[in-house]
Design a protein around this ligand. Structure first.
Ligand SMILES: [Zn+2]
Length: 411
C-alpha cells in the first residue's frame, strides 16, 4: 500500500513537471497560429499623434513589436471615455477614435495593416502578410442611445461594442459604479438595452460584456441570439475584482459559444497585484486627490498616467503578475468551460502593469512557450490564439445573415 501511494505521488510530480520545449518548436507553433488580440488601447496614443510605425521605449505596442510578437489581428479599441457623455460629445469622440484606426494606422501603413470586418477578411489580411485591423467600440454611451448611430458605426467597420465602460449608461449597468448610491441603476439591461442587442445581432456586431455589471452580463447573455464575448476580462476565482468573471458566468458564456479573452493587466491576473494596486494605496490616493481633486472629469487614461507618476514618486510598490498567472487563467477557463471558450484580449496600452515575461506585444512567443511547457498542444494553442474567435465571428455573421432585413428598432 505505501509503495502504491509513493507511485502516485511520483507520477503526480512528473505530470506537474514542465515538458522540455526547444526554441525552434516555440517559434514553429507560434507562427502557425493566427494570433488575434481582441483589445488593444494604443489608439489612445495614436489619436494624440503617436506614430505607430516607430518602435518606442515605453508602452506595449507599435508595428515593430506587433511584427516581432507575430500578431495576426488586432481589435483596436474605439475607446470613448465616460467624460464625453456630458454635453453629448460621445458620438463625436467615437468618430475621432474610428478615424485614428482608419487614418493613422491603416491608411498610413497600408503594407502593415488591412481593415478587416469579417473572419474571412482576417484570413485575407494574413495571406497578404498584413496585420488585420479591426474596430471595437468601448463604452455603449458612444451611440448616445440611438440605434441609428449604432448602424452608422457598424457601416464604418465597428464589429464589437462593449456595452458599458466604467460608467452606467441610460440602458446598461456597469461594474465600475454598481456600488455607488448616487448613480441611477437599472438592475441590468433596460428595454432599450435589449433593443440595442437585437440590432447588434441583426447587424453582425459582437456583444461585448467586459466592464458590465454581473446582472447586465446575465441579461445580455439571455437577450443575444448570437454568442457574446468578454473582449478583455479574466477569471474572478483567481483574482477577485468586479471586472473579472465568476465561474458561473464563464460556464454559461462558454455554453452559448462565447469566448473569454484573457486580460493581461496585473490586477486582472493576480490577487496579490490587485491587493497591492496603487489604486488602493491610501498615500497615493491622498496625493492624487490633493493634486487633482478639482478635475472630476479626468480621462481614465490620463488618470492612470497621473497615478503612475505618483506611484513612482512615492516609491509605492505594486506586485507584478507573472507569465504563469496568465497561464493559470487560461487553465482555469479551460477547466470551467472547455478549450473553445478562451482567447486573448491583452489590454496592452490600456493597463499600467503587465506580467513579467509579457512586457509588451513582442513577448507573445513567451506565452506560447509557457503553454507548450504546460502540456498544451499546437492545435490547442491555435484555438486559444485565434480559431475560437474566428468561429465566434462566423456565428455572429451567420445570425446577421439570417435576420430579417430591417430590425424592430425604429429609432
Ligand atoms: Zn477596458
Amino acid at each position: 500500500m505505501p509503495r502504491l501511494h509513493l507511485f502516485f505521488l511520483l507520477s503526480a510530480a512528473l505530470a506537474a513537471q514542465s515538458r522540455r520545449v526547444t526554441e525552434e518548436e516555440v517559434m514553429r507553433v507560434h507562427r502557425a497560429a493566427l494570433l488575434i488580440d481582441t483589445h488593444n488601447d494604443v489608439t489612445s496614443n495614436t489619436v494624440e499623434g503617436l506614430d505607430i510605425g516607430k518602435r518606442r521605449a515605453e508602452g506595449h505596442s507599435d508595428t515593430p513589436r506587433f511584427r516581432e510578437g507575430g500578431m495576426g489581428a488586432v481589435f483596436f479599441a474605439v475607446y470613448v471615455a465616460p467624460q464625453y457623455v456630458a454635453g453629448n460629445r460621445a458620438a463625436n469622440r467615437t468618430l475621432q477614435m474610428i478615424d485614428t484606426v482608419r487614418h493613422d494606422i491603416i491608411e498610413r501603413y497600408p503594407n502593415d495593416y488591412a481593415l478587416a470586418t469579417t473572419a474571412d477578411e482576417i484570413l485575407r489580411a494574413r495571406k497578404s502578410g498584413r496585420i488585420a485591423a479591426l474596430l471595437g467600440i468601448e463604452g455603449g454611451h458612444a451611440i448616445e442611445d440611438s440605434p441609428r448611430l449604432l448602424r452608422q458605426f457598424h457601416a464604418l467597420g465597428v464589429r464589437y461594442m462593449t456595452l458599458t465602460h466604467t460608467n452606467t449608461n441610460s440602458w446598461a449597468d456597469s461594474s465600475g459604479d454598481i456600488k455607488r448610491a448616487d448613480i441611477k441603476h437599472h438592475n441590468g439591461l433596460t428595454a432599450l438595452g435589449r433593443d440595442i442587442i437585437r440590432e447588434m445581432n441583426r447587424l453582425g456586431m459582437i456583444v461585448d460584456i467586459s466592464h458590465v455589471s454581473d446582472k447586465t452580463f446575465w441579461d445580455a447573455l439571455e437577450a443575444s441570439r448570437a454568442p457574446i464575448f468578454a473582449s478583455h476580462s479574466s477569471a474572478r476565482a483567481l483574482s477577485n475584482i468586479p471586472r473579472n468573471m465568476t465561474d458561473e458566468m464563464i460556464a454559461a458564456l462558454g455554453k452559448k459559444g462565447g469566448v473569454v479573452q484573457v486580460n493581461f493587466g496585473c490586477e486582472f491576473l493576480s490577487q496579490k497585484s490587485a491587493d497591492s494596486s496603487p489604486l488602493n494605496d491610501p498615500a497615493v490616493l491622498a496625493r492624487f486627490n490633493a493634486a487633482y481633486a478639482n478635475q472630476t472629469d479626468m480621462d481614465p487614461a490620463v488618470r492612470r498616467r497621473r497615478m503612475r507618476e505618483i506611484v513612482a514618486e512615492l516609491g509605492a510598490k505594486t506586485v507584478r503578475a507573472k507569465l504563469s498567472d496568465a497561464v493559470a487563467h487560461i487553465d482555469h477557463i479551460v477547466k470551467i468551460a472547455g478549450i473553445g471558450a478562451v482567447g486573448i484580449g491583452s489590454d496592452f496600452d490600456g493597463v499600467g502593469c503587465v506580467p513579467e515575461g509579457l512586457d509588451d506585444a513582442a513577448k507573445m512567443p513567451n506565452l506560447t512557450r509557457a503553454l507548450l511547457e504546460r502540456g498544451y498542444t499546437a492545435a490547442d494553442i491555435r484555438r486559444i490564439y485565434g480559431e475560437n474567435t474566428l468561429r465566434l465571428m462566423r456565428q455572429v455573421e451567420r445570425v446577421a445573415a439570417t435576420s430579417a432585413p430591417t430590425g424592430s428598432a425604429t429609432r
